[in-house]
Design a protein around this ligand. Structure first.
Ligand code: BGC
Length: 544
């Protein structure tokens, strides 16, 4: 029997460089994270997702890998990694790592060999062309920096293909040697005992003329091959799919696990729901969320969606219409520096005006919707951002552990930190930090910790079905989660006004709801009707 632990796990995304510095060099490291595992255990998360930790020139913060078999020197060593995995497991925490299949760094020895010698076996590891007019139907992802998906390489005398920065040449997955190399990479880290991978940028593995070069059948074929390899040698390890696509296009990434060899991922991020949560909060109207959830196809029983509010990238607006994108920018990125590519480079708390009720409400939605939630490090304490840093660095600043100017992140002199600690009011460490929030029972940290703890008491969140409740008003996001005899009703008032709702719940008498977060019994239903008055931005998780 395979343990489907991820079905009702809570994930936590960690950027190692930002988390905790154990050796006072100004960079967070693996040993630093190991020192903070007790904090994460107490928070109640089940699985950590580590952003890339591999040797890299860091042109894309580690998503440009120069060596798949090592650890970036400032992060520590492979031994530190093993210790981290062991210590995490000893606490019942799991770890998944980033698996970057689509591309390497241009500093990777494969690319260096490829560009210097047409006859090198590594030449065909990448995608070359004499002309930059191939695959013209392919969109550009990093629209702010990349004019083309082709870049000229002087040494090679050819153009090479790249879906991301020009420092990240795409690997050629038509080459059987590349397909095997990446299985070897997976094997290396799985042998170290990790619990799986978050697989980066998977829609782009294969190119075919005349297509948009995304989600191609040939790409799915390789992903099935990879999954079969992992299932054969490491049954039960999980693969989480990063495909920033519409729900119907993500569905094939789960494959069909009931047919041998046809499974792909156990988990997939639900990208399109994310901006619609922000739309709902700003409009005070749930309709956009309803539309996208209703449009989401069912997935195999052993699979699970992964939901998130923010992550290490810009808040992506790829999965909205042009009109919705403009609306999101207008409302959530009023200053030009807040925009990046097709998104918004801001953190959760500033996006929600640092309004405690809105931040809690957003988390209430995250923890009760269908899927397994992921928390982005620092959002559990309401950290701020720094839009003056380049690229996505403004949402990757040092974790704030205590009120010191160094935020307790590192013993190095703050000038030597990889990035400045947030110092803007009201987000500086003096007002936003773990230590103070741990000591305050009413803090955001303690509220989130409680939401996680309560979530874990009910199978319905991870395993149950999901059904919208018609309350007669779009101002309330209301839904039912049901699993066996567990029946939960969730209400989120999306507005700054009091909302009253009344819905039929039960025919039988003597039924009363329990507020599971407040641990109190509500008055019994009247004639089978549940009537609620919801304060502005109030959320209620009820058990019937
Ligand atoms: C990651 C980004 C990265 C890109 C290229 C992604 O989708 O989340 O941070 O820049 O892949 O590797």
């Amino acid at each position: 029997m395979i343990d489907l632990w991820y079905k009702d796990a809570v994930f936590y995304e960690v950027y190692i460089r930002a988390y905790h510095d154990s050796n006072a060099d100004g960079h967070g490291d693996l040993a630093g994270l190991t020192e903070k595992l007790d904090y994460l255990k107490e928070l109640g998360v089940d699985c950590l997702w580590l952003l890339p930790i591999y040797p890299s020139p860091l042109k894309d913060d580690g998503y440009d890998i120069a060596d798949y078999y090592g650890v970036h020197s400032t992060y520590g060593s492979v031994d530190d990694f093993k210790t981290l995995v062991d210590e995490a497991h000893a606490r019942g925490l799991r770890i998944i790592a980033d698996l970057v299949l689509n591309h390497t760094s241009d500093q990777h020895p494969w690319f260096q060999a490829a560009r210097q010698d047409k006859d090198s076996p590594y030449r065909d590891y990448y995608v070359w062309s004499d002309s930059d007019q191939k695959y013209t139907g392919t969109r550009i992802i990093f629209t702010d920096t990349e004019p083309s998906n082709w870049s000229w390489d002087e040494a090679a005398g050819q153009y090479f293909w790249h879906r991301f920065f020009a420092t990240q040449p795409d690997l050629n997955f038509d080459n059987p040697a590349v397909r095997e190399e990446m299985k070897k990479v997976a094997k290396f880290w799985l042998d170290m005992g990790i619990d799986g991978f978050r697989a980066d940028a998977v829609p782009y593995l294969i190119e075919r003329e005349g297509t948009g070069n995304e989600n191609l059948p040939e790409t799915h074929e390789y992903l099935k091959e990879l999954r079969a390899f992992i299932d054969q040698h490491y049954p039960g390890r999980v693969l989480l799919c990063e495909a920033n696509m519409w729900p119907e296009d993500v569905r094939p990434y789960f494959g069909d696990p009931s047919i041998p060899g046809q499974a792909e991922f156990q988990m997939g991020f639900h990208f399109p729901i994310m901006p619609r949560i922000f739309m709902a909060l700003k409009k005070g109207d749930v309709s956009d969320m309803v539309e996208i959830i209703n449009r989401t196809p069912p997935i195999p029983a052993e699979c699970q969606w992964c939901t998130f509010l923010r992550n290490h990238d810009e808040l992506t607006l790829e999965m909205v219409t042009e009109e919705e994108r403009q609306w999101m920018w207008q409302h959530y990125a009023p200053e030009p520096r807040m925009k990046l590519n097709l998104g918004i480079r801001r953190r959760l708390a500033p996006l929600l005006d640092n309004n405690r009720r809105k931040i809690e409400l957003a988390n209430s939605i995250l923890f009760t919707l269908t899927g397994s939630p992921i928390i982005y490090y620092g959002d559990e304490i309401g950290m701020g951002d720094n839009i003056w840093l380049d690229d996505r660095n403004g949402v990757r600043t040092p974790m704030q552990w205590n009120p010191d100017p160094s935020a307790g992140f590192s013993d190095a002199a703050p000038e030597g930190f990889y990035a400045p600690v947030i110092d803007s009011t009201p987000y500086g460490p003096d007002s936003v930090n773990v230590a103070d929030q741990q000591a305050d029972p009413k803090s955001l940290l303690n509220t989130i910790q409680k939401m996680i703890a309560i979530r874990k008491q009910y199978k319905a969140f991870g395993w149950g079905d999901f059904k919208w409740i018609d309350t007669g008003t779009a101002a309330v996001a209301a839904y039912r989660r049901k699993y066996k005899d567990e029946r939960l009703l969730i209400f989120n008032n999306l507005t700054d006004q009091i909302q009253t709702v009344s819905i039929p719940v039960a025919r039988v008498t003597n039924v009363y709801p329990i507020d599971i977060l407040g641990n109190r019994r509500l008055p019994p239903l009247e004639n089978g009707y549940l009537s609620l008055m919801l304060a502005p931005y109030r959320y209620l998780w009820l058990r019937i």
